[in-house]
Design a protein around this ligand. Structure first.
Ligand code: ZN
Length: 306
């Protein structure tokens, strides 16, 4: 019963959140919605000038993961929010839990530009996305550390990784070469880290430590023990709020030590597997957080709302 009441409360918060955050953001607000796609990553950014950016799109049902989050969650969610056109899709790195869902999105919606790091991809998803992109004349750009993306004159978007000379060490070079970028709107900032791990983190701290201080951190690599929550990274980032994108998995994500590390810095920790889809709306000075609880009809809810 307690859980039921809590879910209802979360839905109520969602309803008020919806009223406060229309699909387009005409009043100079920046909206970041971290979408619950199960095990995978997906965030929708609605810039103050109305442009839309999708950062990854969850899994796509190809390869090891049979769950097609792109078709069952992301595309319906975007349509429900009235998003008809996506200006940019940032594909942080070519792993299926991040770009698999991009395929149904580019197939079903109007997309302006795909943003990629250019790191060699071997997953079938990537080839399929490129085929559709070519057919639909969707542009493809590569970004690297140090690039500034001029997508909204009121926001600074700075790419912190990967470097042009890709990182070849670490446990997973694909993860290590994730696109990491920071979005700043006046006093409020969001740090997106893909699945970047230790080697990338070291280079980022070396080159951009003064850029890391952030309001919101999208925790890297689903909160694994290799996520960028080491002291030498967190000392600079010090996020007020941290979001872990995670679903049912067999890898033990998120790692208990990751959550402890985040909390030891006083960061509020949200997780998509427990909190559902999480939305932040900011005018650049203050921000509001709201939650969209998982649809019980679509997926069983296993978390504890305490
Ligand atoms: Zn991942």
């Amino acid at each position: 019963m307690k859980r039921f009441i809590s879910i209802c409360a979360a839905v109520a918060i969602f309803a008020s959140g919806l009223a406060a955050a229309p699909a387009k953001t005409p009043q100079k607000t920046l909206t970041v919605t971290v979408i619950d796609v199960g095990q995978g990553d997906c965030s929708l950014i609605q810039l103050p000038n109305g442009k839309t950016v999708l950062v990854d799109a969850g899994s796509g049902g190809v390869g090891w993961n049979p769950f097609d989050a792109g078709t069952t969650i992301v595309v319906p969610f975007l349509k429900k929010m009235g998003v008809k056109h996506i200006d940019y899709i940032v594909m942080t790195h070519p792993h299926s839990d991040h770009i698999g869902g991009v395929r149904p999105v580019v197939k079903e919606l109007s997309v302006g530009t795909l943003v990629d790091s250019g790191f060699p991809a071997s997953e079938a998803d990537y080839e399929m996305i490129m085929e559709i992109a070519e057919r639909k004349n969707i542009k493809l750009i590569e970004v690297h550390a140090g690039d500034t993306l001029n997508w909204d004159k009121d926001c600074e978007i700075k790419v912190l990784s990967p470097p042009k000379n890709y990182i070849m060490g670490g446990q997973s070079p694909v993860n290590e070469n994730s696109i990491v970028f920071k979005l700043t709107y006046k006093d409020v900032s969001f740090l997106f880290t893909g699945d970047a791990e230790k080697e990338a983190g070291k280079k980022i701290v070396r080159a951009f430590k003064d850029d890391l201080l952030c309001t919101f951190l999208k925790v890297s690599h689903h909160g694994s023990k290799n996520s960028l929550t080491y002291n030498w990274f967190m000392d600079w980032a010090q996020p007020v709020i941290s979001v872990i994108c995670v679903g049912q998995n067999t890898w033990g994500h998120p790692h208990r030590g990751t959550i402890k590390a985040l909390e030891s810095y006083g960061s509020l920790v949200y997780r998509t597997d427990r909190d559902g889809t999480i939305r932040f709306v900011t005018d650049g000075k203050t921000y509001k957080t709201s939650f969209i609880a998982p649809d019980e009809d679509e997926r069983k809810y296993d978390g504890d709302y305490e």
